[in-house]
Design a protein around this ligand. Sequence first.
Ligand code: PLP
Length: 357
Amino acid sequence: MSRPIQALIDLAAIEHNLSVVRRYAPRSRVMAVIKADAYGHGLLRAADALKRAEGFAMLEIDAAVRLREAGYRQTILLLEGFFSIEELAWIEQYHLSTVVHHHEQLAMLSAYRPRGSLNVFLKLNTGMNRLGFTLDQFPAALETLKANPAVGQITLMTHFARADESGGKESVAAQLQRFNAVAEARNLPRSLANSAAILRYPETHADWVRPGIMLYGASPFPDKTAGELDLHPAMTISSKIIAVQTLKSGEGVGYGHMFCADRPMRTGIVAGGYADGYPRHAPAGTPVLVHGRRARLIGRVSMDMLNVDLSGIEDAGVGSRVTLWGKGLPVDEVAESAGTVSYELLCALASRMQIVT
Ligand SMILES: Cc1ncc(COP(=O)(O)O)c(C=O)c1O
């Protein structure tokens, strides 16, 4: 028998979440972001649920090739572009689109002799200060691309730094204004919005939106839940209690005795630890569901197991179902308790995890 921990991937939830993107951005094409193995949900699995999207975006060229070979005919965009001139041959062969964000990529493109033409998303740095040409560099970069016979369609693109923050309005407006100042006269397709901007800033939607986290049913905002946004959780991690301990007052639990019982109590040992992707730094009090009822994590998370307080859940015992996040327990809540974001928890799903759909 295999360990009872599993990740249930709900493809209908992903499909539903795509419909929420459409509701918010009805006039834009959707570039579904499926990098990092579709935020841990499985590249081809998620792509199947997202097959009505007009495009897919990711980082890894081998994943992009796999997607194309699986028969997807949509735009497939490499968000960091290419890293060597050799990759341009792959990009051409598999009709991939590529971001171009620095001069070395422009130079490689100029040196490349394709048979056809490559579609390019020219990235502007409007304030994120991560990837992209500055506004000063942009006109020359665009002219270089336009003069290059290897380049077909050019789309202008940028990325927001603070669209997810409740106080991010001014920052988004400033980035949008900078982007429009150079993009408006160019009459080229545009792409700006991630999930947070799709949900909060309709003025950023433009031709292509690029949702990631919302497709997987988590909220990009600390001040708004996924449920309030009508997003359905796509990943539910569940396991079972594999042992029960009865503690006397003063007895400690697990490595380092990080939790000490202040009264007689029962604890459940759950098959699931940091080698499965559960955050080791989650503190005591992090919520879990036992038999669908809320309980709390106690003690230090170990590689393969964690402890839950069974106080008040008298009918729980060996074999009881435990939910670590997902349906009934938003991943955002667990992430917040662990001092991180849902993105990190979803992407950190371990390869040993049993996936069911
Ligand atoms: C360039 C770019 N666009 C879109 C996204 C999707 O962002 P989110 O998952 O917040 O929707 C990402 C993710 O980090 C990104 O790097």
